[in-house]
Design a protein around this ligand. Sequence first.
Ligand code: UT7
Length: 348
Amino acid sequence: MIRSKIAGIGMYVPSQVVTNNDLTKYMETSDEWVQERTGIKERRYAHRTNETTTTMAVEAAAVAIERAGITAADIDFIVFATLSPDYYFPGCGVLLQRAMKMKQIGALDIRNQCSGFVYAVSVADQFIKSGMYKNVLVVGAEKHSFGLDFTTRGRNISVIFGDGAGAVVMQPTTDENRGVLSTHLHSDGSEAEILAMFNPGTHANHWKKDAASFNEGEIADMFMSHAMIDNAENFPTMDGPAVFKTAVVKFPEVIMEALTANQYTAADLTLLIPHQANLRIAQFVQQKLKLRDDQVYNNIQKYGNTTAASVPIALCEAWEQGKIKEGDLVCLAAFGSGFTWASALLKW
Ligand code: UT7
């Protein structure tokens, strides 16, 4: 039986550290509010012009590739998850292929926001299990700092997000005690507008009648317009408490789904790597599943929420700190905009 395994892992975060106090220069907020509500102390911001989502992905991918003991020329497929791409199109996958001088391999972009990396792992897993590819590069990367509303109007979102990238190389294994055991993907579009960036876009307010959460006064009869910019519609918006409420239900659900599908219980987990959305969400999940502190890895305190990059960055750090060893049972889980949520259970 062929399974996919993580053969190499890497991460990259920009050098610029931005504390909660730094943000008070731009908006009405406080270190106390941000730490109490989210657990975040600081985050990293990419260099405004020298770094992009793709260049950060290149840094993380180079480490993952080296640790897998291969070269960029050996990669035979790219799966790239991001919500902050360099271009509206083409996607970051092809830019990564170009930057790393890879062969003319397939490059797939995934648009599942916070769940993007776990969805990407699932896609790579299917290609490897089917025998189609042997070295799949899976990346999650974000440059949020370029697209946030740094006025008080946008503070509920802008204090949360940070920049960074994580990557893994996935390869086939016939070792019965290793690899991805299963992946579980879900969506519920009924809440699509609760956490969204509407413009620029092609919706022309088509969904407005169905979605109470559209902003009042939104003008969207063009892909992009001066009015949209004047109304700050080019920034993400979120009903934070509504996202929180659903997240604390779906996270435990999708983690238990993965464990049950493989006849495990929460007590069997070596480490849960939850998407780093909010420390309070992770703590709620930990409590609900009765996990010990050493069974859950959190680093949102240092990096904020890096969306598609958060799971691979946390996984990489945990591995580098010796918290994951061969044969350990690890669960990756994520929830976010869409809503989409997902889990992957693996034996390291
Ligand atoms: O990864 C993607 C998925 N996203 C998530 O999982 C996010 C889930 N939601 C959350 O993490 C939380 O809802 C937030 C951290 C976003 C917000 O925390 P909250 O405890 O739900 O606060 P709230 O939105 O209910 O706002 C409470 C108050 C409001 O003021 P009033 O109306 O009570 O006077 C906000 O205006 O806090 C205010 N507020 C802030 N104050 C200082 C909102 N943002 C800030 C801020 N600094 N940055």
